[in-house]
Design a protein around this ligand. Structure first.
Ligand code: MTE
Length: 330
């Protein structure tokens, strides 16, 4: 993955944190210890998910599972929306925010196909409707050794899987990003990545209660740079698994060929579970820079903190990998 030196001005204002007021008001963060909610599997009891009107926030978002440590102050809205990886809009961290303007996430359709009993192509409202919106505040650890804490709004991926009824032969789920070169300047070059961006999970990973499809953050719909209108969030894996602006979901038998592994299989793999003990061939994965936690320079001189096994979600997901050699996940 490319790493570029950032301009000094890039995140200078990330220390201004109006969203902290919002978060503190809602007591998402307690001064000490962990916040542990209950992991409600298949919880669709809440209101139907509805996209808010332009400029409005989501209604009926229930507070879902989050597990935050003392250092896990949510990253400011500004940092989350201006320091991004979204190569469809360019390879610089500031490119997605600068270039996503022409991208129109709505109207949107999601095609669901492959080895399932209920395939179909659904308009975005129909896709969301049966699901309940939850807020999940998760750490996000990029493979480039920076991290954030993001309050997502999303729906349970396990519920989505269940709804489309995968057949017994379906072992994996594959996701594809939209291809719209007219709106996505990076896609006008074939030298950046092969388009569409593709990611996948083993079906049991997709059914883990931590996995969500996010449609918003900080209570409002995702901006283009964060993967509007819908993207994957799997917090125990490196950020590149979180495929953005999903238009196609397929149930498949074979392990999907995900984009970064196709680009460089010596450095990136399919599983990509966060693991501080296995270094990237070109840098250490033992620690990370928390963006917006002070230091400026786009986080380049932010204080480093230890990276946690499975990004701190070991209790929830380690069982998925029993018997696997975790040192060979790249
Ligand atoms: N999805 C697409 N389609 N294209 C991308 O370039 N970058 C990935 C992931 N999803 C990427 C993508 C990487 S490397 C990371 S770290 C996260 O998105 C970053 O998400 P964020 O910009 O919302 O923080």
């Amino acid at each position: 993955m490319l790493i570029r030196q950032k301009k000094t001005s890039e995140v200078a204002s990330h220390e201004i944190t109006p969203e902290h007021v919002y978060l503190n008001r809602r007591t998402f963060i307690q001064a000490t210890g962990l916040i542990a909610g209950s992991l409600a599997l298949g919880a669709t009891a809440g209101q139907a998910a509805v996209m808010p009107a332009k400029g409005a926030k989501f209604a009926d978002v229930k507070k879902g599972y989050s597990k935050l440590g003392e250092k896990d102050t949510p990253t400011t809205f500004e940092a989350v929306t201006t320091y991004n990886n979204y190569y469809e809009f360019g390879t610089g961290k500031d490119d997605p925010a600068q270039n996503a303007g022409p991208f129109k996430p709505l109207p949107w359709t999601v095609q669901v196909d492959g080895l399932c009993n209920k395939p179909g192509t659904l308009g975005f409202d129909d896709f969301l409707k049966p699901h309940a919106l939850e807020e999940r505040i998760y750490r996000m650890r990029c493979v480039e050794a920076w991290s954030m804490v993001i309050p997502w709004v999303g729906i349970s991926l396990a519920d989505v899987v269940k709804r489309f009824e995968p057949q017994g032969s379906a072992k994996y789920i594959r996701f594809e990003t939209v291809v719209r070169p007219a709106e996505m300047s990076g896609q006008r070059s074939s030298h950046i990545l092969p388009w569409p961006y593709v990611e996948g999970l083993r079906l049991d990973e997709a059914q883990n209660p931590l996995a969500i499809l996010a449609v918003g953050l900080y209570g409002q719909p995702l901006l283009g740079q964060n993967g509007a209108p819908i993207r994957l969030v799997v917090p125990w894996k490196y950020g590149f698994k979180g495929v953005k602006s999903i238009v196609r979901i397929s149930f498949v038998e074979e392990e999907p060929k995900n984009t970064w592994r196709t680009m460089n299989s010596d450095e990136y793999g399919f599983y990509a579970n966060v693991n501080p003990k296995v270094d990237h061939p070109r840098w250490t994965q033992a620690s990370e820079r928390r963006i917006g936690a002070g230091g400026g320079l786009g986080g380049l001189i932010s204080p480093r903190q230890a990276t946690l096994m499975f990004n701190g979600y070991q209790e929830e997901v380690a069982h998925l990998y029993d018997g696997m050699n975790l040192s060979r996940y790249y």
